[in-house]
Ligand binder design. Structure first.
Ligand SMILES: [Zn+2]
Length: 314
């Protein structure tokens, strides 16, 4: 029996209620892989889909020995990095915007947890008015492609037109290595799940909701996009796939990943973005940063130091 089921699914519920404990979606937030933060008047839920194991062979610019040493330094078993996969729910001005949708059922048993996490928190997919894809990779869009169809039945989809053009191109698919060809089919399927509700945005800054604006971060994919949330003086940059293996890329930010469409541009965008986050002391979130998934960067030597956001009590 999972711990959450023990707490909410047995007689413990009434026993705890008798003690004055609030048992329900709010209490569940601490028991499932999710964290909730206030950003000014907005609320941001970091929702875990699980983790993806990444080995040194998937990275470019780091030796297996350096990889192992950096993982060890971060108190992680040295062979494979468990990279988080997060989605973000932003609640602002009566809007409910889901940023990325997890992997769905297309990856292994360490992933695909987002629907369980959302249901434990009482978040109905039908209540989401907008889905934003930061880019059209499977770990961000797979959750909209399931045997039962796209669960976000009332949401419009916002995604960079540059990514749509790339991932729906027959020519690009034909040129891609065999291992990447299926990714093009998945992107088409995910876009198809929103049918006429797809609303592409261009390469400038686009307002998605009050205080929530797109930030072009090209390189990882041609249309890779972050989201800036600003409310009542608080600022959060959801940086999407700026980092894939924080334990390595914080210390060695020049290291790229094989999935980067343009390695040089991805590297340059990562460094520029992290320098800006460090200089402005704004909060940053990342799709592949372990829970709480939000925190702060400071420049340290040739790399960066990450300080996870402190828990917000109450
Ligand atoms: Zn990703």
């Amino acid at each position: 029996m999972k711990r959450r089921e023990f707490f909410v699914g047995t007689g413990m519920t009434s026993a705890l209620a008798a003690l004055g404990w609030a048992v329900g979606p709010v209490a569940a937030e601490g028991l499932v892989a999710a964290r909730r933060y206030r950003v000014g008047a907005a609320t941001v839920h970091v929702l875990s889909d699980g983790f993806i194991p990444i080995g040194p062979d998937m990275l470019i610019g780091v030796t297996p020995e350096e990889f192992a040493a950096l993982l060890e330094k971060a108190h992680i078993a040295p062979d494979v990095h468990p990279s988080a996969v997060n989605a973000f729910l932003v609640e602002v001005a009566d809007r409910r915007i889901l940023i990325d949708a997890g992997t769905g059922e297309i990856f292994g048993p360490t992933l695909g947890k987002l629907p369980t996490v959302m249901s434990a928190l009482g978040i109905d997919p039908a209540s989401i008015d907008t889905v934003v894809f930061t880019h059209l990779h499977g770990d961000h869009i797979g959750g909209t492609v399931s045997p039962d169809g796209n669960p976000y039945v009332n949401a419009s989809l916002r995604v960079a037109s540059a990514d749509i053009d790339f991932w729906t191109s027959d020519e690009m698919q034909a040129q891609a290595p065999d291992a990447f060809k299926a990714a093009f089919d998945l992107a088409r399927a995910a876009l198809g799940g929103f049918a006429e509700r797809v609303e592409p945005f261009g390469s400038g800054e686009t307002t998605i909701a009050p205080g929530l604006t797109t930030v072009p971060l090209p390189g990882h994919t041609v249309g890779h996009t972050g989201l800036m949330l600003e409310s009542e003086g608080d600022v959060l940059l959801i940086s999407a796939d700026i980092l894939h293996v924080p334990a390595v890329q914080l210390a060695m930010p020049a290291v790229t990943i094989g999935f980067d469409t343009d390695q040089d541009m991805a590297r340059e965008t990562r460094m520029k973005t992290m320098d800006m986050v460090a200089a402005d002391r704004v909060m940053m979130g990342g799709s592949h940063i372990a829970l709480p998934g939000l925190g702060y960067l400071e420049i340290e030597g040739d790399g960066y130091r990450w300080t996870p956001a402190r828990h917000q009590y109450g």
